[in-house]
Design a protein around this ligand. Structure first.
Ligand SMILES: Cc1cc2nc3c(=O)[nH]c(=O)nc-3n(C[C@H](O)[C@H](O)[C@H](O)COP(=O)(O)OP(=O)(O)OC[C@H]3O[C@@H](n4cnc5c(N)ncnc54)[C@H](O)[C@@H]3O)c2cc1C
Length: 491
């Protein structure tokens, strides 16, 4: 059977490895770090466990489908819990709005908070359901491999129907007058690393995922998703090697022949799948003369999505004010996105997100809260410059949280800081971006880099920089779709 080498054990690489191994391919996966899951990474500080990366899990069917697609029971590996009141949104004037997974409960809440908006809630749900339906039919299942895939008439028709010319901000403004509700919805643009003032309204379908399908958490930590994927991949016969970096993809006469590892070992392969961030790792691993269609200049022309400034804080108590997901909004959201994307600087008054998974699952942090505190950060400059002093910015976040009554300092036991430079270096992420290219230009929102190398036969791409996009469910779909396509074409 054909030999496949996968470079990178992120969710995309693992999701591709499983069906390929199940179909009988001889699969070997190399991951440079010492864990599988890529940006979904376990962090342990004393007895506080944290998930780094995806804390908000949507589209549970996508994760379960990976197991079920190869005849396994998802429940034997992961237990996904639906969170009813999943996110508490706080605003500077003291208002709080809960985001709930039940549209009826959501409508009731709006009736007290913003009655006029409550009347439009059904129409809003109907429209975001339509947007999601189109994406599910036309965008999610596609593998972009050749120019023919991009010019399919049905895809073109679908593209015209998903409000590509309207921004998310103006779309939400059509349904909601309440500024708090609009700001809370605008935040969904950050799920694709973008600004609501620029990203197309198509991404309003993220609101459908959270407010209709619901937000999920994997018991014992979201990291169990990656661990479950790795276990099934091995069960199906894939060889997974961590702490093993690939130095080069070998190419001869326009075809890949395998990879060379950092220790100089060469590994032959019929097919190579690159799960490392396409924008940074393709140029790093393939000599420029083999990729005339993807020059270094082209790679660096992509606008990166946002990065993150993260503090993991273990406390000696449980803070009553916190739920599982918590957002403390800045007073001027437009300014914050202008800072991030136009000036490429840290906001003085950032919106702060806190995931406290111990609210749902105390066992992951038995002696107090495990706070994953995140502020949006600009991607690094092309030279890799970090434009801040991490300790000082952390103190700024703690100060801002105190204005909301969240006192971290008095209860702090353990703490670690992760900057965009860490994200770039540790995961080889393009300029520290969380989701590959931003989705501001229509081209980058809908036509992300394809899943096959244009100049090199049998070299494929999966992961957040490629189609269908960033965010953990998309990345899993990308790996699964690619594997299906390879299996179908090889038969
Ligand atoms: C702070 C943060 C918060 C996030 N929050 C969310 C969230 O709440 N919800 C959500 O859905 N998504 C979230 N995301 C995004 C999500 O984590 C990513 O979209 C997804 O995990 C990316 O998966 P991937 O497979 O594309 O790439 P990665 O996870 O980056 O995996 C690629 C792997 O390739 C490896 N690699 C690269 N080069 C080599 C090489 N030469 N040799 C060997 N291995 C190599 C890397 O080490 C890495 O492990 C977040 C990300 C971050 C960083």
């Amino acid at each position: 059977m054909k030999k496949v080498v996968i470079i990178g054990g992120g969710l995309g690489g693992l999701a591709a490895a499983i069906p390929l191994a199940h179909a009988g391919f001889d699969v070997t996966l190399f991951e440079q770090n010492d864990h599988f899951g890529g940006k979904l990474m376990p962090v342990k500080l004393g007895d506080h466990h944290f998930d780094f990366g995806p804390n908000t899990i949507t589209m549970p069917q996508v994760f379960k489908g990976v197991f079920e697609g190869v005849g396994e029971r998802a429940e034997d590996y992961i237990r996904l819990i639906k969170l009813d009141t999943h996110t508490r949104n706080h605003f500077p004037d003291g208002t709080a709005i809960d985001f709930l997974s039940d549209p009826e409960a959501m409508r009731k809440q709006l009736q007290t908070h913003a009655p006029a908006d409550a009347e439009r809630y059904d129409a809003f749900i109907k429209e975001i359901t339509r947007l999601y339906g189109l994406s599910e039919t036309y965008f999610f299942p596609t593998v972009f491999q050749s120019w023919r895939d991009y010019v399919s008439p049905s895809l073109g028709r679908a593209m015209l129907q998903v409000r590509p010319l309207q921004t998310m901000h103006s779309f939400f403004g059509k349904y909601f007058r309440d500024p708090h509700m609009r700001q809370a919805l605008d935040r969904y643009a950050t799920y694709v690393g973008s600004s609501p003032y620029k990203a197309p309204a198509t991404f309003a379908m993220i609101a459908y995922l959270e407010l209709v399908q619901g937000v999920y958490y994997a018991e014992k930590g979201n990291i169990t998703i990656a661990e479950g994927f790795a276990a099934v991949a091995r069960k199906k016969g894939a060889v997974l090697r961590h702490s093993t970096a690939v130095k080069r993809i070998t190419v001869n006469e326009g075809k890949t022949e395998g990879v060379e590892l950092a220790d100089g070992t060469t590994v032959e392969a019929d097919i190579v799948i690159l799960n490392g961030d396409l924008l940074s790792t393709f140029p790093a691993l393939v000599d420029a003369r083999h990729r005339p269609s993807f020059t270094d200049a082209k790679a660096s022309s992509y606008e990166p999505s946002i990065s993150a400034f993260v503090v993991t804080a273990g406390l000696n108590t449980r803070l009553d004010a916190l739920r599982h997901h918590n957002v403390f909004f800045s007073g001027d959201y437009a300014q914050e996105f202008e800072d991030l994307f136009q000036h490429r600087r840290y906001s003085e008054e950032p919106t702060i997100y806190i995931s406290n998974s111990s609210y749902t699952d105390p066992n992951v942090s038995p002696t107090g809260d495990n706070l994953f505190i995140l502020a949006n950060a600009p991607a690094l400059t092309p030279e890799g410059k970090l434009q801040l002093e991490p300790e000082a910015y952390k103190e700024r976040l703690y100060d801002l949280l105190e204005t909301y009554g969240i006192d971290i300092r008095s209860h702090l036991v353990e703490e670690a800081i992760f900057t965009p430079a860490f994200i770039k270096d540790h995961f080889h992420a393009y300029r520290g971006a969380l989701y590959g290219p931003s989705s501001h230009r229509k081209k980058d929102a809908f036509l992300r880099p394809g899943n096959a190398a244009k100049d090199i036969r049998d070299l494929y791409f999966t992961g957040g920089s490629t189609h269908p996009g960033g965010g953990s469910p998309m990345v899993v779909m990308s790996g699964q779709n690619l594997a299906r396509r390879i299996i179908a074409e090889t038969k």
